[in-house]
Design a protein around this ligand. Structure first.
Ligand SMILES: Nc1ncnc2c1ncn2[C@@H]1O[C@H](COP(=O)(O)OP(=O)(O)OP(=O)(O)O)[C@@H](O)[C@H]1O
Ligand SMILES: O=P(O)(O)OC[C@H]1O[C@H](OP(=O)(O)OP(=O)(O)O)[C@H](O)[C@@H]1O
Length: 232
């Protein structure tokens, strides 16, 4: 007897899907989305709505709102066709299926190594062969230090990294820094910048190949949104 449906994924909705991160980037990205001519349905701005996928004024284009790391995964696997992600997320996954054609010049921050003030005072990175680091970015951290001859043992945390040195979990952290106030408030000092971060428009490579006109059309619209914003 044929079993139908149980382990079959639901058929994806036809049309184009744009993945946006639901965190702090959303406020910065929405003016660009709207300037590109995309207006989501009213439920998108309704905090009480439990919807996750939203229709837009553009026939066949919907928006999904997901966690920042998941934007890259939806786009890499072709479940979404385009999206917005920080290059922290892009570098951590390093998905070959993602093409990131446009720097949106939003979400500026940096990924840095930090340690307690008293440790930083007479610490010398040149003498390290092994370090233990708490981070949400084990991939970037390992690669960065391996290229400098240092083995980085990473303890994965998903937030509040700054607590790790304070509570003795790990003496050092690699985390995002913008104003530096979170580090200061927790007695930590930035000792190295691994990379500067901004958010990018990202596109699934297969979608770009199979629908070049539509996908390049959206890249152009976002480029024009950026030019309009910069000229204002
Ligand atoms: N302090 C910051 N200043 C500027 N940009 C930041 C800052 N922190 C994070 N970002 C950027 O915003 C993106 C999303 O961060 P956000 O804080 O919204 O998500 P999160 O809380 O880390 O993750 P999650 O979506 O899992 O809750 C990051 O990937 C990064 O590119
Ligand atoms: O240098 P600052 O301006 O203080 O910003 C840095 C903080 O911002 C991010 O955290 P977020 O607020 O996203 O919370 P999280 O720890 O839950 O990710 C990051 O992880 C730092 O903790």
């Amino acid at each position: 007897m044929a079993h139908i449906g149980l382990d079959q994924p639901a058929s994806p909705k036809p049309g184009l899907v744009m993945a946006l991160p639901k965190g702090r980037i959303l406020k910065e990205v929405m003016p660009l989305v709207r300037a590109a001519g995309i207006e989501p349905e009213a439920a998108f701005d309704d905090d009480d709505s439990r919807k996750l996928q939203f229709d837009t004024n553009i026939e066949g284009l919907s928006i999904i709102r997901v966690r920042a790391f998941d934007v890259a995964t939806f786009v890499a696997f072709g479940a979404a066709h385009l999206g917005v992600a920080g290059n922290d997320v892009l570098m951590e996954f390093d998905y070959p299926e993602i093409y990131a054609p446009l720097d949106l010049d939003i979400g500026h921050c940096r990924l840095s190594l930090a340690e307690p003030d008293d440790m930083a005072r007479d610490d010398d990175m040149a003498g390290w062969s092994h370090i233990r680091v708490a981070t949400k970015y084990p991939g970037i951290t390992r690669r960065y230090f391996a290229a400098r001859g240092v083995q980085a043992e990473c303890v994965k945390l998903n937030g509040a990294m700054e607590l790790a040195p304070v509570l003795g979990l790990c003496p050092r952290i690699v985390d995002l820094v913008s104003t530096g106030s979170t580090l200061r408030a927790n007695g930590l000092r930035e000792v190295a910048v691994l990379t500067e971060i901004t958010s990018r428009l990202i596109v699934n490579r297969a979608a770009f190949k199979t629908r070049p006109d539509v996908m390049s059309g959206w890249i152009t619209r976002f480029r024009q949104s950026l030019e309009g914003r910069d000229a204002a």
